[in-house]
Design a protein around this ligand. Structure first.
Ligand code: NAI
Length: 302
């Protein structure tokens, strides 16, 4: 039995629905038909007053931190520089591709473990934030119109620009011990920035963590949901990384949901103000109808 079949009219559903994604269209139609009032957490706008409801940011924080620990665990060398009686061991080099919330957390975690950190992103703000975390920035000369879309997110690159980015990465990838892939375009398939040929140039015993695997992955040969050694490189495509940090991720998620419910509650009742930006961005089904603009557009409904 599908969970939606167990719900009844007037019930509220608050979760990650990803309603615009075609795989979820049937479920969204069922929610509307059942009279469920559904609110999607992935729709929370990235504005200051909604920050404490932003579960996407909470989960990305978990994935960035735990993803680096997973990489460190599989790495064949120490992360920090070590001075031992038999000599000095150099610190690991960690490259983060796509420095959003998860990537920034990955950079900070790798730095705390003593690695030398490198960052590549196409958004100028992300580049600045990487620098402030002590990362060396991989220069990629990309013209202004190409990089930032509406809402401050990254634009999907054309094949021509993606090839230029791969070229930049090809020059440095062989030197890296960990490559952390967290480049995403909201609502689109993740850009493939690492090809199999590029992986072949990497050192044996190095690690790739591809946390964008849910959106297809940034590395062409990541196996979804698995950890596999290919060309001597451990490639991790583990899904649901926040689930590997259950107490902290649940605490953050619960607080995000609590803050959202508190925000929506007036005089002990949930009140949905359709003029409110937060409500408009998260409300998917209401009064038996699909009301979410992005979802309607994706479904071709006026
Ligand atoms: P995301 O998970 O959608 O993307 C991750 C990163 O991948 C982004 O930094 C993006 O620029 C980068 N990227 C995309 N294509 C790339 C490519 N070809 N090569 C290299 N990097 C590529 O982003 P996330 O973490 O969900 O959020 C990023 C945006 O949201 C930023 O504008 C951030 O400042 C904003 N934000 C605002 C919040 C607030 O004010 N409440 C909270 C969280 C994020």
């Amino acid at each position: 039995m599908h969970e939606v079949d167990m719900m009844h009219k007037g019930q509220y559903l608050i979760t990650f629905i990803h309603p615009a994604s075609p795989v979820n269209h049937e479920m969204v139609k069922k929610l509307a038909a059942a009279g469920v009032i559904s609110l999607t957490l992935d729709g929370i706008p990235r504005i200051s007053r909604a920050q404490n409801m932003d579960a996407l940011t909470s989960m990305s924080t978990c994935a960035g931190y735990k993803g680096i620990l997973m990489a460190a665990n599989d790495l064949s060398i120490f992360m920090p520089q070590m001075f031992t009686a038999v000599g000095m061991l150099k610190p690991a080099k960690v490259l983060v591709i796509g420095v959003g919330v998860a990537g920034l957390q990955a950079l900070a975690t790798a730095k705390r473990l003593g690695a030398i950190t490198y960052a590549l992103d196409i958004r100028p703000a992300a580049v600045e934030q990487s620098k402030s975390l002590g990362a060396k920035v991989i220069e990629f000369d990309i013209i202004a119109e190409v990089k930032v879309a509406e809402g401050g997110y990254a634009n999907k690159l054309s094949d021509e620009w993606l090839n230029k980015e791969r070229q930049v990465l090809s020059d440095i990838i062989a030197d890296m011990d960990i490559v952390f892939c967290s480049a995403l375009i909201p609502g689109k398939v993740a850009p493939v920035v690492l090809t199999e040929e590029m992986v072949k140039t990497m050192k044996k015993g190095s690690v790739i963590v591809d946390i964008s695997i849910d959106q297809g992955g940034n590395c062409a040969i990541t196996t979804s949901g698995e950890k596999e050694v290919k060309h001597g490189v451990m490639i991790q495509g583990i899904k649901n990384i926040p689930g590997l940090l259950p107490t902290s991720s649940t605490w953050m998620f619960a607080n995000n949901v609590y803050n959202l419910v508190k925000y929506l509650t007036k005089d002990a009742q949930i009140y949905l103000d359709m003029n409110d930006e937060i409500v408009r961005s998260i409300l998917v089904t209401h009064n038996g109808e699909i009301v979410h603009s992005g979802t309607k557009e994706a479904m071709g409904i006026n």
